[in-house]
Ligand binder design. Sequence first.
Ligand code: TUI
Length: 324
Amino acid sequence: MLNRLNEILKTRYPLIQGGMAWISDADLAASVSNAGGLGVIAAGNAPASWVKQQIDKIRTLTERPFGVNIMLLSPYVNDVAKLVTEEKVPVVITGAGNPRDYIESWKQAGIITATVVASSGLAVMMERTGVDFIIAEGCEAGGHIGEMTSMVLIPNVVRSVSLPVVAAGGICDANSVAAAFCLGASGVQVGTRFILSSSCNAHPNYKEKLIKAKDVDNRVTGRVTGHPVRVLRNDLCRKMIQLEYSENAIDQIEKLGEGSLRKAVVDGDIKGGSFMSGQCACLLDRIQTSEEIIKDLFEHEIFESNRSKLKALSELCGMDDRAV
Ligand code: TUI
């Protein structure tokens, strides 16, 4: 069964694994690609040499398509942009900025390109640059976020562009996948839930923190810096929020944040790490294989039950029509 997105991606499911800095390596990405989604390696702030190693590795682990996510705030962005062109990686996704300077050369190399946006204005600009699809990421997502919720952002982007739109931010189970399609999306991007994949190399403390997280354990830090970041609450997060009201807030918050994602993912540093997470962590409770996660996201029974909810709604609307 093909829809607009998996036709472009050449995957079984219209599903993209989120490119999470330090977390999304070749092991996680290969497990997702092998299970029928699009696995994605996150370049994050890593040098091109690390990204090259991961591309070489994933090519030994899967023959299916995969992607590289390029974080445009990275100091190595130009090197990584050149590398993915040389390597002709199947799909390149950009985040945290405007990729206009790179799209043309990627397209010429035959690469499928997509960009993450947090507003409809940027989506419209990106459609003109020739990207193949748009990922609309609501502020329920983990890490660096925009202002809009998925509930409003996704339909607004869908009506603003004619390209396929992938929903991101808050997508973690079959209900939210169904909701994303109801909002007009052609596919979904899932980040946080894949941290709980058995193929994800993040520290066990990170996974445990996600499993234990309640809805009220989520915070947004660094709003004053212009780069708001959604994390799970801990000592570091408390310090950052206190600093927002002090002098030199921006410098101090940025200094405190440096290296903190690595501390969480690699060292499992509960107090000093930045445990980036989407709001949906409160809905997650177990570690599973990537294959089990994907089966759960596209679970037939939940879609049946959503279908019956929609049928009840449409009957109700029909009755209203007759009443009029
Ligand atoms: O990029 C992400 N999520 C991320 S990146 C990241 S690493 C990081 N660490 C510390 C500080 C900052 C980043 C962790 N999580 N998601 C995609 C995304 N892109 N969300 C929001 C945006 C975005 C925001 C503004 C895209 C474009 C944009 O506009 C830029 C412009 O020039 O108009």
